[in-house]
Design a protein around this ligand. Sequence first.
Ligand code: ATP
Ligand code: MG
Length: 251
Amino acid sequence: MSTLLSLRNVWVEFGDRVVLENMNLDIEAGSFVSVVGPSGAGKSSFLRVILGQDAPSRGQILLDGAPLSPECGPDRGVVFQRYSVFPHLAVLENTAFGLECAGSPLLGRLFGSARRKAYAQAEEMLAAVGLGDSLHLYPAQMSGGMQQRLAIAQALIKRPRILLLDEPFGALDPGIRADMHALITRLWSEYGLTIIMVTHDIREAFSLGTRVLALDKRRHDPHAPHRFGATAVYDLPLDKTKAENPSELAA
Ligand SMILES: Nc1ncnc2c1ncn2[C@@H]1O[C@H](COP(=O)(O)OP(=O)(O)OP(=O)(O)O)[C@@H](O)[C@H]1O
Ligand SMILES: [Mg+2]
């Protein structure tokens, strides 16, 4: 396996508030990294710098050994806990929108054969996430689980190599969560994704991840709680000899 993403002495600071301090990390291509830690530890901030939404205040992030471009590139897709789909667009349009925007940044619309191709791709992606029969529903007509399937289709439509998930299943019922776990595991292997997933559910972290990172502060200043940031206090590679999925052993 090769290193896809490297953090080198990465700091995230807002004024005098240190959120992440001096993080050094290599993430292997094809791994599934679960990120846990107390509320406010900086997990979402960690995802945002990898996404390119925020720049680190110090240090460097490398993608395939080259500095990460400052914009959110097509190589990275993201799913948040909720509210990431467009309420005024039906499922199919919601999914094709990313391609329409990329292909026609000014109008946000494609025409003719380019449009047909984008919609065919969107249909294929929706089938892959189990929404093949719901192309014309609007988000308000869908359950939370279906909306998260849609958010995943949106994130994957541009075929990113890295999928960032910020508590994607946190708002779902346990039964639906189990379905979503199966879905994300399947997409991870089918699309050869590298996944970084923030979760508050420690069982989810261990059952899905090939590696668990715990972010927390190593040191506290009781008089100035913002003075020190979090870093990876635990970094546990899980020896998943992929007993559940022997086909991946061969890969
Ligand atoms: N733009 C910003 N300006 C100032 N402070 C910020 C900014 N963004 C985040 N922070 C601070 O950074 C800290 C970490 O926030 P972050 O959202 O990354 O935590 P988290 O681990 O994702 O928490 P949660 O589990 O509650 O989602 C918080 O103290 C937050 O107030
Ligand atoms: Mg968060």
